[in-house]
Design a protein around this ligand. Structure first.
Ligand code: HAM
Length: 413
């Protein structure tokens, strides 16, 4: 777990804010979910054999010996919440959430034990139209952030439950005689979660998989029709995608369509978001039968992509730094600061602490500000300010208070 400072924090806020604004513009409602849930929610909801639950979950006991877990993801919590709050009665909610998730993974660039997600979930819609809406939301955010050219959408179909069971058996039958050649993780998964073997990183396992039965060949007509319709809708919406038949996702609840967004700017941890349909989860967790689908994105990773693609990013503490030369001028300096804040979108930092003028200028420089606004007795009397250009060799100018808003609205930082 880590501290996130300055420009990194500002980039993450930008990613979160862009997602939140886009989700709101599509009419999705915010839901705030607890950080801690009963462990059982995830063992049942996400799946006991998944890495997120079996290897990576932070668990604890509270004072009543209740087994609890720091949430590794938001979908199971969101499903629990819509059931517990009776939100499915006569309604089909579309919701979003954001916040930290926790997974005990081996940390590296882009992979952390505490990381931030923004997620969206829709309940009650069975057609691919809502899947395409969710994908469009992601696409729109990549465009707004200026990273779309480096983002790839990958899709696959896991089929409905019946087709997946048939495929799972076929895959196990094919791999069992080859067991000795598989990597240890895949051997373990042969009994616990065979589909996950498909996205093994082991080269030899991948070679063996070349001749394995294909998931697409085992889809029944309903599953095929669903996938075909989804692909057609993506084409109609002009959303580029790649079909990735090996992609199975790490969580157990998916049915039909699964998707991931990847960015090549990230190296090994290239997945910046993922999601899919999970038609059985609401019922599994004690609710009524209810189709559902959603996605979550990794804010930390998207911020890294943004950094790699947009070197120029204004994360300075201040654009304008306001200095008072005299104790008697402090109120006037405060008033000037307020005026500029109210009439422009500039960040205005007022110097605090009774420091010598020289030290006030040092602080102004450190803040990254473009201008220092200086007020003393003369400025107070003439109702003006002196404006010093901190980043250019230009003589200082005097600006009457009445013209401040105009000056700083036109100026570029
Ligand atoms: P997920 O693929 O496990 O899906 O996580 C979503 C995103 O969270 C990933 O694409 C990745 O960007 C980010 N992420 C995951 N683990 C880490 C980590 N250790 N460090 C940094 N970022 C990470 C889910 O969580 C599902 N709940 C998504 C979903 C919603 N499916 C349906 N609805």
């Amino acid at each position: 777990m880590r501290d996130i400072l300055r420009a990194d924090a500002a980039r993450m806020s930008l990613v979160e804010d862009t997602f939140k604004a886009t989700l709101r513009s599509y009419g999705y409602d915010e839901i705030r979910l607890p950080l801690i849930e009963r462990t059982e929610l995830f063992t049942r909801g996400v799946g006991e054999s998944t890495d997120a639950v079996s290897k990576e979950m932070y668990t604890l006991f509270d004072r009543d010996e209740e087994p609890l877990a720091l949430r590794p993801e938001g979908t199971a919590s969101c499903v629990r919440a819509v059931i517990a709050n009776d939100m499915l009665r006569g309604d089909r909610p579309r919701l979003w959430y954001s916040g930290p998730m926790f997974r005990y993974e081996r940390p590296q660039k882009g992979r952390y034990r505490e990381f931030q997600q923004v997620g969206a979930e829709s309940f009650g819609y069975s057609g691919p139209d809502v899947d395409v809406e969710l994908i469009s939301i992601g696409q729109e955010v990549w465009e707004r952030l200026g990273i779309a050219s480096n983002t790839e959408l990958r899709i696959n179909s896991l089929g409905n439950f019946a087709s997946r069971t048939i495929y799972r058996n076929a895959l196990v039958e094919y791999l069992r005689p080859l067991q000795e050649k598989l990597d240890p993780d895949s051997v373990r998964r042969l009994t616990s979660n065979p589909l996950r073997i498909l996205d093994s990183k082991d080269e030899r396992t991948q070679e063996l998989l070349q001749d394995a039965p294909r998931l697409m060949d085992h889809l029944d007509n309903e599953s095929k029709d669903y996938f075909r319709e989804l692909v057609k809708s993506l084409d109609n919406a002009d959303i580029p995608y790649k079909i990735d038949e090996q992609m199975v996702r790490g969580l157990d609840y998916y049915t039909h369509i699964v998707f991931e967004w990847h960015s090549e700017k990230l190296g090994a941890q290239s997945q910046i978001g993922g999601g899919g349909r999970y038609d059985g989860l609401v019922e599994l967790l004690g609710g009524p039968p209810c189709p559902a689908s959603g996605f979550a994105v990794g804010v930390d990773r998207i911020a890294l992509v943004h950094q790699a693609m947009t070197a120029e990013f204004d994360a300075r503490s201040a654009h304008i730094y306001v200095i008072s030369l005299d104790l008697d001028c402090d109120d006037y300096a405060d008033e000037i600061s307020r005026t500029i804040r109210e009439s422009t979108r500039m960040k205005v930092r007022r110097h605090r602490g009774r420091d010598k003028v020289k030290n006030q200028f040092k602080a102004a420089d450190r803040s990254g500000a473009t201008w220092a606004i200086v007020v003393g007795q003369d400025e107070l009397e003439t109702k003006s300010v002196s404006c010093k250009f901190l980043r250019e060799k230009r003589p200082q100018i005097e600006i009457p208070v009445g013209r401040l808003a105009d000056f700083f609205t036109r100026a570029t930082t």
